[in-house]
Design a protein around this ligand. Structure first.
Ligand SMILES: Nc1ncnc2c1ncn2[C@@H]1O[C@H](COP(=O)(O)OP(=O)(O)O)[C@@H](O)[C@H]1O
Ligand SMILES: [Mg+2]
Length: 372
């Protein structure tokens, strides 16, 4: 077997929030630890971001989607090239791409499975524009092997944490359960920031509720919160994943019909919804299996102070609430570090999915390689 050595890898990722392309130059070591050398948040040009949001809404032609795949590839390359300009070429690039659709349901027509996922950001463009080999398209093979293609970051969480619930709060929220007493498992708990972002934009003209200041100024409407928590997604047993296809703009407009009249109260209550749906998911699906010592939050939501305070109040007192930064991992760049690790495994032919998280039939090597 080939002797493994450390590799410099640029991880590239844009999540469901579509707030920025996150690019991180990482060093990945044979023991699967990852050091972030430098991370940047590279904004999409506004017209591209607008098109990605059109794609989320399904309000886009096939022609535009075709063009967007190549355009997003160029934007991902531009983000990588900023790091390459400063540090030189890495050994290779590992790109998650931009998810525009995710369909994790076991639905069949004429025995043809419709389970599928689509990440855009053409790897051939990234490779040509950077001069680097690119590893990309991690999710498809997990789906081909019967999984949901997500969550994939659990693989990294298992390597980096012990006896913890690792909770990412991006557009969507997902948890990984890492414990000495059970196999690692994980699932999407529900919304992260995406409803908060949508309503902050709609009522306050801001992209997000910085530090949770708007939520802190409002009051949680308990009756509306209870009603929102009745959604059937929260009751489905894992493995389960979700996205903007479910928690869509239409979904948000629909729940707003019964919202309190004060906009700040809406933001407060949606912030409480994210926190309480996380805490309830633990009660329903995790505590019956294992009671952890620590919850470690990451993703952009970890910077929302009101969200953090609410989550603290909904969690059992004996559980410590920490952020990734307490472990020397940036809340912003944890996912690019995880995809750098997934790419490292692809390179060395090491299986990098966890069937207990995705529901796949077996462990396989995810990722496709585009040579320069
Ligand atoms: N300082 C902050 N205060 C409150 N929320 C923040 C802050 N920074 C980032 N966020 C939230 O985090 C989101 C981005 O989180 P991220 O982890 O990048 O999600 P995704 O993986 O979906 O792109 C933003 O849209 C915003 O809602
Ligand atoms: Mg993001």
């Amino acid at each position: 077997m080939e002797e493994k050595i450390s590799k410099k890898i640029i991880g590239l990722m844009s999540g469901t929030s579509c707030d920025s392309i996150d690019a991180g130059l990482c060093e990945v070591f044979p023991d699967m630890s990852v050091k972030l050398i430098k991370g940047i948040n590279y904004p999409y040009p506004e017209h591209i971001r607008a098109k990605v949001f059109s794609a989320f809404r399904g309000d886009i032609t096939i022609k535009d989607l075709c063009r967007l795949n190549f355009a997003v590839g160029k934007c991902f390359a531009d983000a990588a090239n900023i790091l390459i300009g400063e540090f030189g070429k890495p050994d290779f690039i590992s790109s998650h791409g931009q998810t525009v659709y995710h369909y994790p349901f076991d639905e069949k027509i004429d025995n043809i499975s419709l389970k599928s996922t689509l990440q855009i950001g053409e790897s051939a463009v990234i490779s040509k524009e950077t001069g680097c080999m690119v590893i990309s398209n991690f999710r498809e093979k997990d789906i081909a092997y019967g999984g949901q293609g997500a969550p994939l970051v659990c693989f990294a969480d298992e390597k980096w944490f012990k006896n913890s619930l690792v909770q990412n709060i991006g557009g969507i929220s997902n948890v990984t359960v890492v414990s000495d007493y059970c196999d690692t498992f994980g699932f999407d708990t529900g919304c992260g920031n995406l409803m908060i972002d949508y309503c902050t934009q709609k009522f306050f003209g801001k992209k997000f509720d910085k530090d949770g200041e708007i939520a802190a100024a409002g009051n949680v409407c308990e009756s509306w919160l209870d009603c929102l928590l009745q959604d059937e997604y929260y009751y489905i047993s894992p493995p389960k994943t979700t996205g903007r296809e479910y928690f869509s703009n239409k979904y948000i407009e629909n729940i707003l019909k019964t919202a309190p009249s004060e906009p700040a109260d809406i933001i407060s209550t949606l912030t409480a919804l994210t926190a309480k749906s996380i805490a309830q998911a633990y009660e329903r699906f995790i505590y019956p299996v294992v009671i952890p010592d620590t919850v470690v939050i990451g993703g952009g939501g970890a910077y929302n102070k009101t969200l953090k305070k609410l989550l603290r109040s909904y969690l059992p007192k004996r559980i410590d609430l920490k952020t990734h930064e307490d472990y020397g991992i940036s809340n912003n760049f944890k996912e690019v570090m995880a995809f750098a690790l997934l790419g490292y495994c692809t390179f060395y032919n090491i299986p990098n999915n966890l069937p207990s998280c995705t529901g796949a039939d077996k462990r396989v090597v995810l990722g496709k390689i585009t040579e320069v």
